[in-house]
Ligand binder design. Sequence first.
Ligand SMILES: [Zn+2]
Length: 349
Amino acid sequence: MWIYGNHRDSWVHGAIDPSSGTSVMLEITRVLGQMVKQGLWRPRRSIIFGSWGAEEFGLIGSAEYTEQYFAKLSERTIAYINVDIAVFANATLRASGMPSVQNVIFKATKQVKAAGLDTSVYDNWIQYFNRTSPAHGIIPRVGYLTGAGSDYAAFVHYLGITSMDISYTYDRGSVSHQAIARTAGNVLIRLADSLVLPLNCSDYAESLEDYLKTAVQLYQDKLQTQKISMEPLKRAVANFRSAATHLDQVILTSDLVNETPMKTRRINDQLMLLDRAFLDPLAFPDKYAYRHVIWASSSAGRQTFPGLADAYANAELTGQPRDWDKVHYHLSVLSQAIEGAANTLVDVI
Ligand SMILES: [Zn+2]
């Protein structure tokens, strides 16, 4: 199953935050509900729509939901889509999420027309936010869900569920709402219906390599003077890359429609549970409910592994040996988490 959600409380009247998102959610449920009732469609996977309370007050509704259904959600949820403020200002799509969802968002946005323009959401988006990827060239930039800005927080940081947050930034009448509803709906149907989950672990590897590169540039020299090695982390990221390449190859070369359902199930479990492998309840002893080692919030302001960045900034500030020990500790936590995640991607037997 997978989950789509937005909150329903607001600071004042809430036309934009959250009701622009709620109108999109209602429209999607109306359209999908109609298709199901008419017998035109039945999703392969269950979809849950969540209308959360008390988001502005402290993400209370969604957090309590994840606590109440902790085991079931951990074991069975493939993804969470958050559409809070569907329409801000400006003129383009804005998306954040785990690197593994980049591909499915790209596919969906290529099929949807941009609001009021004769071009796709994808082609419009790439003009506003883009980056150069070693694997794909110039592509739209998908941000990371590092903080706790909306109801995705408990899903990302507490449960380790692959998540995304999308919005459209400019309203020309109601057409942007429509573009968002179509984009979210398109992603939703892909997640609900595709035989193999449309999550890509090689794109995850690219982000880990990017974080590693920054960490090496920023920290390696100083860490060497403290006799702390970054080699285990480098090895872990390299192992993750080869495991991801291998799984991609398995998916590409398998004729899953004609193979035993067990093989598809195994691959889908690997893809679904990948983010769970990055959870470590002891990684951030000072941060309540932050367990995802890669995407936790950070105060150091560096585009790299959050716990390492924070521990390093603190050790540099105090110069205390025990704080350098904490950097060493977190490097081990990080290397083990990435190594562990890589192990989930290799063949079971
Ligand atoms: Zn909101």
